[in-house]
Design a protein around this ligand. Structure first.
Ligand SMILES: Nc1ncnc2c1ncn2[C@@H]1O[C@H](COP(=O)(O)OP(=O)(O)O)[C@@H](O)[C@H]1O
Ligand SMILES: [Mg+2]
Length: 215
């Protein structure tokens, strides 16, 4: 059995990632693929417990380095127990956030040394790297307004990251854009300010083009 494909969604808060993960997963299933939908931080029992530590509480609850280590502890559990076994059995894995979020949030926006993050990627992620990463790009104010509306509708408060302020989110956007520019073979930049249907079409075009599937 050939290894399955690994697709990740990245970008700031309110960019539309979760909305489009659901749509892509549905389309891939209709096309006949065995698909595992998952998310970070989280995606396994242990990693979901770490998710609560990382996303809840005050914005300065953890330093960026501590956050990086928590994210990587969660990521390792998620890879060992969910992502790697699914890929090995030939399933496609679609993940809402993955290692680019650590590079962008804790690295680019949070100031953690790129060398620490690169070392963690090499030792902890190793060869479980995405085949395709969709990076959702949109103006910071639009994303934060969407996230705020969404949180209010869902009846929960903003997360630690949503409350970090505009300058943080501008650095975050720039960091994601830099990742897309540095790794064009792996990454596709998506115009997330488009309509939900427009973004869905961009995502499907990137998946069909880069991973050579039809459906
Ligand atoms: N293209 C879009 N245009 C307008 N609103 C959108 C779009 N995509 C998602 N939304 C809405 O914005 C909010 C945040 O979307 P979500 O998919 O949860 O974003 P993310 O997972 O990137 O934080 C939701 O209320 C969603 O319905
Ligand atoms: Mg989401």
């Amino acid at each position: 059995m050939a290894r399955g494909r690994f697709i990740t969604f990245e970008g700031g808060e309110g960019a539309g990632k979760s909305t489009q993960v659901r749509r892509l997963v549905e389309r891939l299933r209709v096309a006949g693929h065995d698909v595992v939908a998952t998310r970070e931080p989280g995606g396994s029992t242990g990693a979901e417990a770490i998710r609560d530590l990382v996303l809840k509480g005050s914005a300065d609850r953890w330093s960026p380095v501590t956050e990086t280590l928590l994210m990587y502890a969660a990521r390792r559990d998620h890879i060992e127990r969910a992502i790697a076994p699914a890929l090995e059995r030939g399933a496609w894995v679609v993940c809402d956030r993955f290692f680019d979020s650590t590079r962008a949030y804790q690295g680019g926006a949070g100031g953690v040394a790129p060398g620490l993050i690169a070392a963690l990627e090499n030792h902890v992620v190793a060869d479980v790297r995405p085949d395709l990463t969709l990076i959702f790009d949109l103006p910071v104010a639009v994303g934060l307004a969407r996230a705020e509306t969404h949180a209010a509708a869902a009846g929960h408060a903003e997360t630690r990251f949503e409350s970090k302020g505009a300058a943080f989110h501008e650095r975050l956007r720039a960091a994601f854009q830099a990742i897309a520019a540095a790794e064009p073979d792996r990454c596709a930049l998506i115009d997330a300010a488009d309509t939900i249907e427009g973004v869905e079409a961009q995502v499907w075009a990137a998946v069909a083009d880069r991973l050579a599937i039809h459906g």
